[in-house]
Design a protein around this ligand. Structure first.
Ligand code: NDP
Length: 244
């Protein structure tokens, strides 16, 4: 399947590292005019050095007002990937308000904030569009020591469904892509917790974790016109983990 994005304008959040970095590079390689948004300028400089055509925007998504202004300044966007996310955590009994607030600010509220700005423009232009929210298998499966993360990813899937219902009539498709563990910075941190990684791997029917490319391919598909009738789904990229 040849998927190309010439003539499309794409925005990827959390594009400084890991999965978002891979998605931004792939969209640019596919011909999309791509903007990469993240929080650490050095990461964006590295991405820009590798891919001079990519525009970069440095903002902390936890800052609602600064994010809104930054995304408004980007201009029209046809393809949006809400990828930025925070993981980690402590036991349920030790979970503090600040942890919940931080995870929800980046993993959920920023998805709503960025998507509102982008989708209002899509609706006004009347040419449709596509949004992908990077969720997680932990939207469906519980994980010890991940109260805030699991709750936030469950919320992401529900935001996806509501957006799909409300924006579908404007030919704007909204889907979640839900990976299992990928060995990025975030994934490696999870791997250092043997109770999580050991039990997880043994439960994945294909017996392996996902690669960044596995997630990138799923994202490119749901963003593309090949997925024209795919709307409001949770696409698990998990080797069968959630098939039970
Ligand atoms: P990484 O930690 O490797 O990269 C996350 C990127 O998001 C970084 O560039 C980071 O910037 C940026 N980011 C984080 N917080 C903010 C913020 N407040 N404002 C702007 N940018 C921010 O994560 P992954 O690539 O592994 O994860 C990407 C997505 O995939 C997340 O939503 C995650 O929940 C999801 N996911 C990941 C899995 C995994 O195992 N890796 C499994 C399932 C889902 P900085 O470095 O400056 O903080």
């Amino acid at each position: 399947m040849n998927i190309r994005f010439e003539g499309k304008r794409a925005l990827v959040t959390g594009a400084g590292k890991g999965i978002g970095y891979g998605i931004a590079k792939a969209l640019a390689a596919g011909g999309a005019e791509t903007t990469a948004l993240s929080r650490t300028q050095d990461d964006l400089d590295r991405l820009k050095a590798e891919n001079p055509a990519i525009r970069t925007v440095c903002v902390d998504l936890a800052d609602w007002a600064a994010t809104r202004k930054a995304v408004e300044d980007i201009g029209p966007v046809d393809l949006l990937v809400n990828n930025a996310g925070l993981s980690g955590g402590v036991s349920f009994l030790d979970t503090e308000e600040a942890d919940l607030d931080r995870k929800f600010a980046v993993n959920v509220k920023a998805v709503v904030n960025v998507s509102q700005v982008v989708a209002k423009g899509m609706v006004a232009r009347g040419q449709g569009g596509a949004v992908v929210n990077i969720s997680s298998t932990h939207a469906r499966l519980g994980a010890k020591n991940r109260t805030a993360y699991c709750a936030s990813k469950g919320a992401v899937d529900q935001v996806t469904r509501v957006m799909a219902l409300e924006l579908g009539p404007h030919q704007i498709r909204v889907n979640s892509v839900n990976p299992t563990l990928v060995k990025t910075r975030m994934g490696k941190a999870a791997l250092s917790d043997p109770t999580l990684s050991g039990s997880l791997l043994s439960r994945i029917p294909q017996g392996k974790f996902a690669e960044v490319e596995d997630v990138v391919h799923a994202v490119l598909y749901v963003l593309s016109d090949k997925a024209d009738m795919v709307n409001g789904i949770t696409l698990f990229v998990d080797g069968g983990l959630t098939a039970v």
